[in-house]
Ligand binder design. Sequence first.
Ligand SMILES: Cc1ncc(COP(=O)(O)O)c(C=O)c1O
Length: 390
Amino acid sequence: MSTQQQIVEKTRKYVIENYGRLPMAFARGAGAKIWDADGKEFIDFFAGFGGAGVAGHCHPAIVAALKHQAETLLCHGNLYMSGPQADLAEMITRHAFGGKVFYCHSGAEANEAALKLVRLAAGPGRYKIISFEKCFHGRTMGGLSLTPKDKQAGFEPMLPGNVMLPYNDLDAVANAIDAETAGIFVEPIQGEGGINMPSKAYMQGLRALCDKHKLLLVCDEVWTGPARTGRWFGYQYYDMAPDVMTVAKALGGGVPLAVCVAGPSCADVLTPGKHGCTMGGNPLCAAAGVATMKLIEDEDLVSRAAKKGADVMAAIRAANAPCVKSVRGAGFMIGIEIDKPAKEVFNACMAAGLLIGSAGASVLRLAPPLVIPDDLLAKGMDILIRALKQ
Ligand SMILES: Cc1ncc(COP(=O)(O)O)c(C=O)c1O
């Protein structure tokens, strides 16, 4: 078995350095714990950037579903159908707003599908897409075109027609819509932008503007779904529903799986030949998705995320660490804004055996797996609060 140092050296030599990775390599995970290649144990409050966000690492139910499917059928091509795809689509739409599902592998790909769907539904001449400051919709050229300019540098020209507006400002949206507008992309809670939650009136206002101008409203639920925020999907906080939503990250229980869900009004826009993905919804990943959704249902992880997330936020506020400016979020999607570099607290937590996330220079992010046991949650919180007070 390779040591951590050997893996780091080989990675630096052969893997493109597009992430600015830390010199750490992981070898094993179980639930909310993960071990590096030298055997050091960490409590994981960021769960693979959300990829293991529901079930944690190697959850027995996910592993069993993967094993069974791996021994049964791995791949069939999308000219044909299979049970796991059908089952997962039924489960997702039942917990959302009906409609139908397109399968792919990543949040960016799901947003590409949504972009194409929105343009096709809008018809010729309507191509403008509204998105919001501090948003993040992925690194493909389409998603990047909707994402703030600092991430676009060097890749211009972008897709024409992006209109970038302040988040949570309904007048700005009303004033920006014109005859060429096709749709709006919004995160129900901004993740990469620092855990920003808009008002209910704003989200309902977006819905009303889309109805009035016949635009499609797309909710990017790549971080917020499923169950993370204490609702099945983040839009459910606002008593409204989008026309389209994209979901990725935690949906696959740790394997790559993403969907673009189109509601009843636009579920049949993408007709044969208009879009595709060779391995999208392959039975292995779809079976993991079914197991993830079943875990949420069986263990009522929606309620657990809501309750435990509220407890965590209350505990951080009660700790009165002088550096904390605000604690915000919903469920297990939590942001802590501090008045010193986030990196300092991030590093202090890591040294003490806790992995957390950050957004920008001054916001820490917590997204523990929804199944994290109470004792590990408490242990991780002790480390975090000590680091905040340091
Ligand atoms: C809201 C949102 N949309 C899209 C993406 C892109 O997802 P992926 O990295 O799976 O392509 C991300 C990634 O963090 C995200 O946070």
